[in-house]
Write a protein that binds this ligand. Structure first.
Ligand code: PMP
Length: 439
């Protein structure tokens, strides 16, 4: 009986009553009116088959769930039948497939590289990157200043979790790259969006930077606005940050993808005091599936990141690193990159022409000098969420501007890297006919 159990185990009676009610609700005990309460014959197997309360687990941990719009985009990007005018990724036909096949054929000769590598990466890749950074961007970086990451976002993540305290202030351009925002958010940073003008971030609006703050910037072919920070602004920004002891995290994912003329040098190239950490990636120029990026910074920072990388995933994929080394050191890569720039420029011109024909008095937009993005700012306060859903019904998948921003905006990020020119032309016509209704 409940009383005997309470006496025997010296437990409060109400605890036992609650426990019994719970067991009854699981169906492990059974009771009938006047007949007492018994343990059901198959109760153990019932007890063992109760699933854990996954919902409690799922809602735990530091990561916020993606917004519903972002979840929809992430899901539909893997479904056929949509024209994707927002996808910030090269179209499959633009990847260097032949080059990769050629390199993979040689793979069996390099079996030793299939082992674990040191956390800073394959030494040959470190050396190849060091040479390229110097030659192409004027960045002085020894291999000891470079850590190869599993994509540049991982570099950002490692910096967030091992170099910043929770609650530290992180300044970013407003708007900025969605996934970087999410990384900082999940790591518990206090985000602060700084507006931009045609020359880049208006750094003079940075107020109250404390000793543990940081500035994250995408100066070249900015995501999502497509802007390039001017040379003067880069210099002024660096000197402001140095004076205020504010470290700079420079994300240069698109720096190599210029069309007519080279953009100004990376901020890191002028950094004589070790104030800038630089992030590079192969995802926009070649293949995001390789998951290769790099972090360039003072040796102590790189050592710390390497130590944490070791605790995280034991280093980036050795096959991908080997492949990257082969690519970078073969002359074929530069030929490919030239072709890619030409192709993207053609796609940009086509998208701009379609916008001129269809959006002339409904929106304003930038003429990107490289990278993937046109930031289409609608003149009227058009409800972008409604446009997003209506566009889906017409087979268009787009990226609404508000997912990149701190405040509501009426913009759409267009990427000409994914949809082919014919589809892009069609998509812009459809989009205009949707937006027109709200104009
Ligand atoms: N930074 C920026 C600004 C980007 O736009 C992207 C890709 N969308 C990345 C980083 C992602 O880089 P990775 O694939 O190397 O993690």
């Amino acid at each position: 009986s409940q009383r005997a159990m309470a006496l025997a185990f010296d437990v409060n009676r109400s605890t036992i009553v609650t426990a019994m009610e719970e067991l009854l609700s699981y169906g492990i005990l059974e009771s009938d009116f006047g007949g007492g309460t018994r343990v059901k014959s198959n109760s153990w197997s019932l007890l063992m088959s109760q699933p854990p309360d996954w919902n409690k687990y799922i809602s735990s941990g530091p990561f916020h769930a993606n917004l519903p719009t972002i979840q929809t985009i992430n899901k539909l990007e893997f479904e056929p039948g949509y024209i994707r005018i927002g996808t910030g990724e090269l179209a499959p036909e633009l990847y260097p497939n032949k080059l990769v096949t050629k390199i993979f054929r040689r793979m069996p000769e390099v079996v030793p590289h299939l082992g674990y590598l040191g956390p800073l990466g394959l030494p040959e890749l470190g050396r190849a990157l060091s040479e390229r950074l110097q030659l192409e961007q004027g960045i002085e970086a020894d291999p000891a200043n470079i850590m190869v990451a599993s994509g540049s976002l991982q570099g950002l993540q490692l910096i967030s979790v091992c170099m910043l305290k929770r609650g530290s202030r992180v300044y970013t351009e407003a708007p900025t790259y969605l996934k970087s925002l999410q990384i900082f958010q999940s790591a518990g940073m206090n985000l602060c969006g700084i507006p931009m003008d045609e020359e880049g971030i208006k750094y003079w609006n940075i107020k109250g930077a404390s000793i543990d703050s940081l500035l994250y910037t995408i100066p070249t072919h900015h995501n999502p606005t497509g802007l390039v920070m001017s040379e003067e602004r880069r210099k002024a920004l660096l000197s402001f940050c140095q004076k205020n002891c504010l470290p700079v995290l420079e994300d240069d994912a698109y720096g190599q993808l210029w069309f007519e003329e080279k953009p100004p040098k990376a901020i890191k190239a002028s950094d004589k005091t070790g104030s800038v950490i630089y992030l590079g990636t192969v995802s926009k120029t070649m293949a995001p599936g390789l998951r290769i990026g790099w972090v360039v910074g003072p040796e102590a920072v790189v050592q710390r990141l390497g130590d944490v990388k070791m605790q995280t995933d034991y280093g980036a994929s050795s096959v991908s690193q080997w492949m990257m080394t082969e690519l970078l050191t073969s002359g074929d890569y530069d030929i490919y990159l030239d072709d890619l720039r030409r192709e993207l420029k053609g796609r940009r011109d086509n998208a701009l022409a379609a916008l001129r024909r269809n959006f002339n008095d409904m929106a304003t937009w930038n003429r990107p000098s490289g990278g993937f993005y046109i930031w289409l700012r609608l003149n009227k306060k058009v409800p972008i969420d409604k446009v997003f859903h209506e566009a889906l019904q017409h087979g268009l998948l787009l990226n609404p501007g508000n997912i990149y921003d701190y405040i509501e905006n009426h913009a759409i990020r267009i990427s000409y890297a994914y949809a082919d020119p014919e589809d892009m032309t069609k998509a812009i016509e459809i989009l205009a006919s949707i937006v027109e209704k709200y104009d």
